[in-house]
Design a protein around this ligand. Sequence first.
Ligand code: UTP
Length: 292
Amino acid sequence: MSPPLRKVVFPVAGLGTRFLPATKVVAKEMLPVLDRPLIQYAVDEAVEAGADTLIFVTNRYKHAIADYFDKAYELEIKLAEAGKGDLLEIVRSVLPAHVRCVFVTQPEALGLGHAVLCARPVVGDEAFGVILADDLIRSPGTGAMRQMAELASTHGAGVVAVEEVAPADTGRYGIVDAEPISERAARIRYVVEKPKPEQAPSNLAIVGRYLLPARIFDLLESTQVGAGGEIQLTDAIEELLHEREVLAYRFEGQRYDCGNKAGLVGATLALALDDPELAPLVRQAAASRGQN
Ligand code: UTP
């Protein structure tokens, strides 16, 4: 049994080049899916999993994320005075009262592994979660991070989220070789970052959710620059596997890679179709587009 998950790291210091020019001024994680920015979906998932300390690894251009989670006094007073209680509730529910946010800076975008290492002084010596907000996961019931925390707690092991990808796409992900231990979980034998399809051990790809022991920080300290000239989290996980068990978990839910346009559109349409007010409008728009 592991202690409950308390701290979750959100690496949000990437450059977001696939959304230029918007990301010249808007952090990728602030792009909205319907009325909420991507980072809000990620934070909700972390809080549902039990986290009360959210650590954002940002860069000097991403003040909007800190502003978003800050209390908006003026706005709240105006909404209260105008009797707009429903909107006030929406603004306040961005962050539950018991949850605190900590911001650390990644001085240079040296890769995901390096971003996670920047959170070390705040995480300290306990197991922690990592959520990449641009991987939005829409789960039918329990969120993906909570599903993973439950697995970690029964096995006392690290857990990474995986999903099957098209064999042609292995070069975009960390790919695992793993031995199944249950319907959704497998014990990882090894991981390899961005292998060519002919070199990939499987088509099970690591996606943006991790539950890791603090030991990963020691390993990240000595991780050399890897694929793409970046310090890769996957390379440190491969080192960790020499010492202890890490499980691959096929979560229940649908992932949308909102780091690219197709994924953001997919997530927006899926969530709009879940909404009774928006669903008919989306269908109507699609039908009329088909006629033109
Ligand atoms: P991506 O690979 O999606 O990179 O990072 P990116 O820079 O955000 O976007 P593109 O490829 O230029 O369009 C995966 C996650 O890791 C974070 C990103 O913010 C994103 O959540 N990251 C990546 C960092 O925090 N720091 C880095 O140095 C690299």
